[in-house]
Design a protein around this ligand. Sequence first.
Ligand SMILES: O=C(O)[C@H](O)[C@@H](O)[C@H](O)[C@H](O)COP(=O)(O)O
Length: 268
Amino acid sequence: MATGGAAPTASDAGSKKKLLIFDSEEDLAVSLAKYTAELSEKFAAERGAFTAVLSGGSLIEALRKLTEPPYLDSVDWSKWHVFWVDERVVPKDHVDSNYKLAYDGFLSKVPIPPGQVYAINDALSAEGAADDYEACLKQLVKNGVTSMSAATGFPRFDLQLLGMGPDGHIASLFPGHPLVNEKERWVTYIKDSPKPPPERITFTFPVINSSAYVAMVVTGAGKAAAVQKALSDKQTSSDLLPVEMAVLQDGEFTWFTDKAAVSLLQNK
Ligand SMILES: O=C(O)[C@H](O)[C@@H](O)[C@H](O)[C@H](O)COP(=O)(O)O
């Protein structure tokens, strides 16, 4: 059931998957800022750090309310540690860089200490950058900045803020690509991404699925078919879209959607 006004619809109450449907992208952005600020406060209090993972794409625009009052002043930005779930292997000032996208739209507007923003090493090859990023994560686990999941043996990020492509991909994990089956690596690379640019590094499913919280931010009619497949009651185990493989081991997964994105769902 869709709701009127700014109030979201929550289904699956009680389970660890939630579906929020907003009337507009503006309402979604307001709610996403509140959700993220509350988790930042929770983890800063509990562990003295907040590890936030960003994707590229439209997500960064959806985070814009965090750069405005009240959050600009009320969030303890000094506790934030920022990572990328995937990054294109291009220079950091390149128009395709997810770092540049996030910097221009979000990071340049909030006082996160620059040493706590973990961009890829853009001087390396895709393979080298993935190795380097994984080594950086291992160091941060040792330092206690990033938690480990006792259940999975993979790092447990506090919040992963993810988008989904119209084909159901998340991070740089694309439908039918062998990388979706990676079980050992924390970070890996792809040189034949169907979405340009072709060379990227990406978190693997074991890392995504070890998260404490995931916000899956999906808007627009172009995503409706993938949302329908992912959220319809008739789940099949074969031929899963990457977004359907995002199943948290011990965490809370929240879909932030708008009406267009859920327009093909029967039971809203
Ligand atoms: O580097 C990337 O390409 C992104 O991280 C990618 O995984 C993105 O999140 C989705 O493609 C959704 O992008 P949109 O929200 O722009 O559709």
